[in-house]
Design a binder for this molecule. Structure first.
Ligand SMILES: *Cc1c(COP(=O)(O)O)cnc(C)c1O
Length: 385
């Protein structure tokens, strides 16, 4: 485990806190951007996965644009120096205020999710005297075979424009004098482990593209969204996602037109593995047929296990005990859902031990909240410790 080299620094700090190993972030970005260059692809980092300025700065310097899902994310991306021409903005419920922020910012594309949204963007664009570039977020009706809470591309999900809406969408676009259709956008879910899902997505994109071309519409870009998984079971063994297999699958399956640009929106796969939630053991409590390890970190610090039943590798990083035991690892928050793992095998654990919850860089700190009036966990970064 790479983080054991930081244990002496951790011991001096008040817990819980997030720790980001920026070497892992760098290694991930180097690998990811190598494939972008190889295939001539472009990427927009999904800010919602982790929006810490320190991390955004590194991602922006690596040459990625920004994928935003709120007006405040658009504003943050602009403030952090992302080129407006690399900012995309998706979301089923863009408010007028948020749309105005993005129009003012002159972003690359509004990824539109409904007919009424397209109408309002056109209206607001005409008021500000600016033309809006829009792409259509299409719902390809694919099951991403991931957790039901994070699949977004089936027709029963709220996201995107379904095939049967397309005629109305084209009428709306034709009627709008302040919008320009520049591309198609897809995002079918998150933590997608099966490359076949991406293959299926590309086949659907090929069909959609032919549909548009048969109506005389040429698309400047295709955006395939994010979703590539990280290895929550073995983060130390696989700190970087299988980008090679992913991009190979896309390159092999997607039919790209001359001059057309292919875009991506990775979130989790960029920042997931560089982050850890570090916590101290408060108590070991004997339960009925089990032992609880009670941490000083709770679901307010990392809500994924409580929210989606997500699993993270959990390691006692200070116990020197050679013996192993199984523990239910829980937090102090007054909710039974406040637990990080059941029957987790760890070295014999006692009060004061430090526990690392791994793969917490994405959808971790950014979802932190102050339930029970708890403090928000601070962040520390590897070169500083
Ligand atoms: C959340 C989101 C992403 C990023 O998804 P990951 O699974 O973290 O890669 C990309 N695009 C859109 C539109 C999103 O909402």
């Amino acid at each position: 485990m790479q983080i054991t080299r930081f244990i002496n620094a951790f011991k001096r700090l008040e817990t819980p806190f997030y720790f980001y190993d920026l070497d892992i972030l760098d290694q991930t970005l180097r690998t990811y951007t190598k494939f972008l260059r190889k295939y001539g692809y472009q990427a927009h980092y999904a800010l919602k996965a982790n929006a810490n300025p320190r991390i955004l700065e590194i991602i922006q310097r690596a040459g990625l644009g920004a994928d935003c899902v709120s007006g405040n994310e658009v504003q943050l991306a602009l403030d952090m120096g992302f080129d407006p021409d690399t900012i995309v903005y998706a979301g089923v419920g863009k408010s007028d205020k948020e749309i105005r922020t993005a129009l003012q910012g002159g972003i690359f594309s509004f990824n539109c999710e409904s007919v009424p949204e397209i109408r309002i963007i056109n209206e607001l664009a005409s008021q500000t005297g600016k033309a809006a570039k829009i792409s259509l977020r299409l719902n390809p009706n694919i099951d991403a075979h991931t957790n039901k809470h994070i699949t977004t591309g089936r027709s029963r999900d709220k996201f995107g424009i379904s095939e049967w809406m397309l005629d109305d969408v084209l009428k709306e676009i034709a009627a709008g004098s302040n919008i320009k259709l520049v591309g198609l956008h897809f995002h079918i879910g998150s933590q997608v482990t099966d490359m076949k899902v991406f293959e299926l997505l590309c086949q659907k994109v090929n069909d959609f593209q032919r549909w548009f071309e048969s109506r005389g519409i040429r698309l400047e870009h295709i955006n395939l969204g994010g979703g590539i998984a990280i290895d929550y079971n073995d983060p130390a063994g696989n700190p970087v996602s299988p980008f090679e297999a992913y991009f190979q699958t896309i390159n092999r399956t997607l039919e790209v037109r001359k001059g057309q640009k292919i875009h991506f929106e990775p979130g989790r796969a960029i920042v997931g593995q560089c982050g850890y939630l570090i916590s101290r053991v408060l108590y070991v409590k004997i339960g009925k047929g089990k032992k609880f390890v009670i941490l000083d970190a709770g679901m307010n610090d990392l809500i994924r296990p409580a929210l989606y039943g997500a699993r993270h590798a959990i390691c006692n990083i200070t116990s020197l005990s050679p013996g192993q035991e199984a523990y239910d690892v829980v937090g102090p928050v007054c909710e039974s859902a406040d637990r990080f793992g059941l029957s987790v095998k760890m070295p014999v654990t006692g009060r004061g031990d430090l526990v690392a919850i791994c793969s917490a860089g994405a959808y971790g700190q950014v979802m932190g909240m102050r339930y029970n009036q708890r403090d928000l966990a601070p962040a520390y970064y590897s070169p500083d410790l």
